[in-house]
Structures are given as structure tokens and as C-alpha cells.
Design a protein around this ligand. Structure first.
Ligand code: ZN
Length: 380
């Protein structure tokens, strides 16, 4: 509101009231405005604005009880103080006198819905999201406000998955779309065009602390290490879908399943241990794209089928496009074909060549038929 809005008499009143220790907010409220135009008027008249502290307000003992009750009923300390005409610190003192603990600041100031207990004792779905956040999420502490945020940034292709995460948290926060970054020329000479990312974040110290207990810590990309979920398939499915691959390896004779994980060296090692525990036959090789302190691991071929089965059987939640590939892989018949036997009826010797066993093959070569046992001798 411009300063000129006040009349001269109002300005005189403002200055006089302030000198009589009325707070700027209170004057502002009286004149239907905020404290800022009041400060401007005071400055205009060369009166230094002073933040008069509301102190020495004695709250009668009867009212003290009422204040404590109002706070336990959910009203904020600030709003009670404003109403009673005392300082919020006085309210805090009264609460302490009555043995009432102050509400957690994030719970007290929470405007949007959020289920903060989801990671306290996580379900299968919760463990999946811990893995997903381990790979692709971010836990961040804002030092100035001692507030913790958990965020997830994905390309627009996976926005449905971000929506699923939001539902899991029971959150009322919105998912925002950000503009795509400029196309970049890559070393190989091709131009990298990125899709616009979608961004989702919530603020919760309780969620962040629970995630940190499982190893999802701030600035974790180089040091990530899971604690307590090393052998949970739901966790590893989350990690793979966050920063890994489930796909077909283009083998010339027959496409083979391929699974891979990128991440810190310790996380990748932990995954290797898990993979070998469910599928002892697998051989893990470092992924070719290992870069700097980010490592990768790839496993190819039939021996990884038990691993894919462990990850994708009973999948409570999964990224659609990776789930589709995993389902196709598992739908194939990976059982060993029954060993072939000789085609000659009544013979069950193992197959050697041309559909018959060694003996019948020898007869076939010698006589032109596997049924002829010896040369028919002609007349002498
Ligand atoms: Zn035979």
C-alpha cells in the first residue's frame, strides 16, 4: 500500500502511537494494513521504527489453564499469543509449566497431507520405494530451517510412477513439470535431447530420518550403501528400476535376459551378493559404462532367471515398462529340453547324429539304413 494512502492526521496518529510503544503490527491492524507501510511513515517522519517487545504481560492464572487447553486442542502458540495479547514465548513458558511438550515444528506447520509413518516399519511397497529413492531420489537438509526434504525427479515418461509415489505417501503436494534442458552435443557427435522432467518433493524430518536409517542419506551417489534391506527383493527391484536395466541382450542366436544396476561401488557389490544368493549360477561382469566412482554391474543369460523371478514375483509395485519386459522374460520356457534319444523304435540310447544313436548311425553309414544289421552276402 503506498504511503500517500494515509491522511496527515493518520500519520500523526501513527507516529504518536508508536512513540507510546504500540507495535507497528498493531497500528497496521487498526488501519487495515500490514506493518510495512507503518514503517515507511515512521521513516518519513524521521522516527526510527522500534520493534516494541510485548513483555511484562501478566497472564492471570485462570487464563493460563485455558491457554494450555487451547494448545492441546491444536491451536498454534502464535495464534493464542496474538489473541491473549502476550508474547509467544510466554505461551511456551505456560505450556512448560503445565508439562505440555511443544508440537514438532513440521507437524505444527504442516498444511498439506502426508503419511509420515510409511517408512517407520515399511511394507513391501515401502521397501520398494526405499530402493527407488536409493537409486534415484534425493534426501536434502535445509540447514537454515533445519527442515528435511525428499524429492524425486523423473522424465515425463515416468510421471505415472511419480504419481504412484505421491499416492503411497498420501501426499497433497503437487507434481510439477519443469522445462527440458537445452539439447547438448555429446562426445560421439550425436545431439542429446532431454524430455521435460517432472519434479515431486515433500518436507518431512520423520520420513528423512527413517530413510537415513536404511542408508538413503544426503549426497549419497558415491557412497550409497543399504542398511538392513540387503536381502529384500522389493528393495532391489526398486533400486534396479531407479537406476538399472531389465532388458533383452541382443544375442545373435537367441535373445537373452539382461539385468544391470548402476550406483556406488558398495551398493553394486551388495547387489552382487544378493543376486548370487538367489541365483548361484550367475556370473556378474562390470558394466562397460562404469564412470568415475559410479559403478555398474551386468548379468546376462539363463542363469539370471531365478533372480528376475525373485525380483518380480509378488511385485507390489513396479515401473510399468520394466515390469512388461520382466514378464516377457519370465513367460519364456527356460527349462532344459529333455535329452534326445534315438529315433529307432525300441532303442533308447542317447542321440548321437542324424536323429539316431551311435550304433544305428554306424549302420546307417555302412548300409544306408539303420535297420540293416549286416551285409547280405551274395552267392559265392
Ligand atoms: Zn538307436
Amino acid at each position: 500500500m503506498p504511503v500517500s494512502r494515509f491522511t496527515d492526521s493518520q500519520k500523526i496518529d501513527i507516529v504518536a502511537s508508536h512513540q507510546q510503544k504500540e507495535s507497528m503490527r498493531s497500528i497496521g491492524r487498526r488501519l487495515g494494513t500490514s506493518h510495512k507501510p507503518i514503517i515507511a511513515v515512521l521513516r518519513e517522519h524521521g522516527v526510527p521504527p522500534v520493534a516494541w517487545r510485548v513483555s511484562g504481560v501478566k497472564v492471570p492464572s485462570g487464563q493460563r489453564k485455558v491457554i494450555a487447553e487451547r494448545y492441546t486442542d491444536g491451536e498454534s502458540a502464535n495464534s493464542i499469543a496474538k489473541d491473549v495479547g502476550c508474547c509467544p514465548l510466554t505461551v511456551a513458558k505456560i505450556l512448560a509449566e503445565n508439562g505440555i511438550a511443544a508440537r514438532d515444528i513440521s507437524a505444527a506447520t504442516r498444511r498439506l497431507q502426508l503419511d509420515e509413518s510409511v517408512f517407520d516399519n515399511p511394507s513391501a511397497e515401502g521397501r520398494y520405494w526405499i530402493g527407488y529413492l536409493m537409486a534415484d531420489g534425493c534426501v536434502h537438509k535445509d540447514k537454515r530451517h533445519d527442515s528435511w526434504s525428499i524429492s524425486l525427479v523423473q522424465t515425463a515418461t515416468d510421471s505415472a510412477h511419480v504419481e504412484r509415489f505421491r499416492e503411497f505417501l498420501g501426499s497433497g503436494a503437487t507434481i510439477s513439470t519443469r522445462p527440458a534442458s537445452q539439447p547438448r552435443m555429446m562426445p560421439g557427435g550425436y545431439v542429446s535431447v532431454s524430455k521435460p522432467p517432472v519434479h515431486f518433493s515433500v518436507v518431512s524430518k520423520r520420513l528423512a530420518e527413517a530413510l537415513i536409517r536404511y542408508g538413503v542419506t544426503p549426497r549419497k551417489s558415491k557412497t550409497a550403501k543399504v542398511i538392513g534391506l540387503e536381502s529384500c527383493p522389493h528393495f532391489w527391484r526398486g533400486a534396479i528400476e531407479g537406476d538399472g536395466i531389465v532388458t533383452w541382450h541382443k544375442n545373435p542366436s537367441r535373445p537373452l535376459p539382461l539385468i544391470g544396476l548402476y550406483g556406488s561401488l558398495s551398493l553394486v557389490r551388495q547387489f552382487e551378493t544378493f543376486a548370487k544368493s538367489v541365483a548361484p549360477g550367475i556370473k556378474a561382469v562390470p558394466a562397460p559404462a562404469s564412470r568415475g566412482s559410479i559403478s555398474g554391474l551386468r548379468m546376462v543369460g539363463k542363469p539370471i532367471i531365478p533372480l528376475i523371478r525373485a525380483l518380480y514375483d509378488n511385485a507390489a509395485v513396479s515401473l510399468d515398462r520394466k515390469w512388461t519386459v520382466a514378464r516377457l522374460i519370465l513367460a519364456q520356457d527356460w527349462s532344459d529340453p529333455a535329452p534326445k534319444t534315438c529315433e529307432v523304435s525300441g532303442c533308447d540310447r542317447p542321440h548321437a547324429a542324424c536323429g539316431v544313436c551311435k550304433m544305428h548311425h554306424r549302420r546307417l553309414k555302412k548300409h544306408g539304413s539303420p535297420y540293416i544289421r549286416m551285409r547280405v552276402r551274395g552267392p559265392c
